[in-house]
Design a protein around this ligand. Structure first.
Ligand code: R5P
Length: 283
C-alpha cells in the first residue's frame, strides 16, 4: 500500500481505492471502490509471504480490473516462484511458467518486477515483461551510509555473478564470485572459495533473495574465516523467514540491508526511483 502511494505520488497518478479482507481461513476478498472503466492501471502487489495469498490477491485484482475494461500493468516488486524457472529435477513443475499463465488469464497486459531471480525467467512471458534493477540504488545506499574500508562485493554463487558485478561497478569496488551448490532434494548449501582472501577488506555479500539466511550464513563464515574486517549482507528481496536475521547476525554479519520490495526491518532502500524511471522511459 505504502509502495503504491509513493509510486502514485512520483508519477502524478491517482489511487484506485480498494477494500480487502482476509478471512480467518486464509481466503481473501477484494472489492474495487473506484471507477476504473477503460483506464490504465498499475496494479501493485508484491508476492512475499504469505506468497500464495498475495499472489491470489494480485490475480483477483487483475481479473476485476480487466472486467471493468482497465488496461492492467502488474507491478510485482518481488515476483514469487521466479526461482523455479526450470525443471531442475525430472517431474518438477516450472512454477514461474504457471504464474505467467495465471497473470495472462486474468488479463494482465504487462508485468514489471524488480531484479527477477534470473533474466531467463522473462522468456516465459507471452506478454511484455520487464525486470528493473535496484542494484545501483542498493550500492548507493552502501556508499553513502557506511565508511567502507577496501570493500569487496561477493556473490554466493555463479548465477548471481552479473548482479554482484553490477553492484561492484556502482560501488567502484572489487568483486569475487563464490561457488555454491545446493542439494536440490535437501536444500543444503555447500560453498567453495577458490583462493578468496578477505584479509583487511570489508566484505559485502550480495544476493537477490535472503530467505532462510542459509546462503548468507555460509558466505559470511567463509568471509570471516578468510580475515574479513567487517561483513555486510545486501539483498533486493529480504524475505527473512525461519529466523534468518538472527542466524545471519550470529554468523558475524554486521549489517543486513534490503529493499522495500518486501517489507521487513532491514528494508532500508526504496526502489521507487528505479520503477519510476522505467515508467518515465515509456513516455
Ligand atoms: C538462490 O539461488 C537465491 O539467489 C538465493 O541465494 C536464495 O534464495 C537464498 O535462500 P536462503 O536465504 O534460504 O539460503
Amino acid at each position: 500500500m505504502e509502495f503504491a502511494h509513493g509510486l502514485a505520488k512520483a508519477l502524478g497518478a491517482d489511487i484506485v481505492d480498494i477494500d480487502s479482507k482476509v478471512f480467518p481461513d486464509g481466503e481473501s476478498k477484494i472489492r474495487i471502490l473506484s471507477d476504473v472503466r477503460n483506464i490504465s492501471v498499475i496494479l501493485v502487489q508484491s508476492t512475499y509471504p504469505p506468497v500464495d495469498s498475495h499472489l491470489m490477491q494480485a490475480l483477483f485484482l487483475g481479473h476485476r480490473l480487466s472486467e471493468e475494461g482497465a488496461e492492467v500493468h502488474a507491478l510485482i516488486p518481488y515476483l514469487a516462484y521466479s526461482r523455479q524457472d526450470k525443471e531442475f529435477l525430472k517431474g518438477e513443475v516450472v512454477s514461474l511458467g504457471v504464474v505467467v499463465r495465471l497473470l495472462r488469464a486474468v488479463g494482465v497486459k504487462r508485468l514489471i518486477t524488480v531484479d527477477i531471480h534470473g533474466v531467463e525467467g522473462l522468456g516465459y512471458f507471452s506478454f511484455p515483461a520487464y525486470s528493473v534493477s535496484a542494484i545501483p540504488l542498493l550500492a548507493d545506499f552502501f556508499r553513502t551510509s557506511f565508511a567502507l574500508k577496501s570493500p569487496v562485493a561477493i556473490s554466493p554463487d555463479f548465477g548471481a555473478s552479473a548482479r554482484v558485478e553490477a553492484f561492484a561497478k556502482a560501488l567502484s569496488s572489487q568483486f569475487v564470485v563464490l561457488s555454491k551448490k545446493r542439494d536440490r532434494a535437501t536444500g543444503e548449501v555447500q560453498m567453495e572459495t577458490k583462493g578468496f582472501d578477505a584479509a583487511g577488506h570489508d566484505v559485502i555479500i550480495v544476493d537477490d533473495i535472503i530467505s532462510t539466511g542459509g546462503t548468507v550464513q555460509k558466505a559470511a563464515s567463509i568471509a570471516k574465516s578468510n580475515g574479513a574486517r567487517k561483513v555486510y549482507a545486501a539483498c533486493i528481496h529480504p524475505l527473512l523467514v525461519q529466523g534468518a536475521l538472527e542466524k545471519i547476525r550470529a554468523a558475524g554479519v554486521d549489517e543486513v540491508i534490503g529493499t522495500n520490495t518486501v517489507p521487513s526491518p532491514v528494508s532500508k532502500v526504496d526502489v521507487t526511483p528505479a520503477v519510476v524511471s522505467y515508467f518515465q522511459s515509456l513516455k
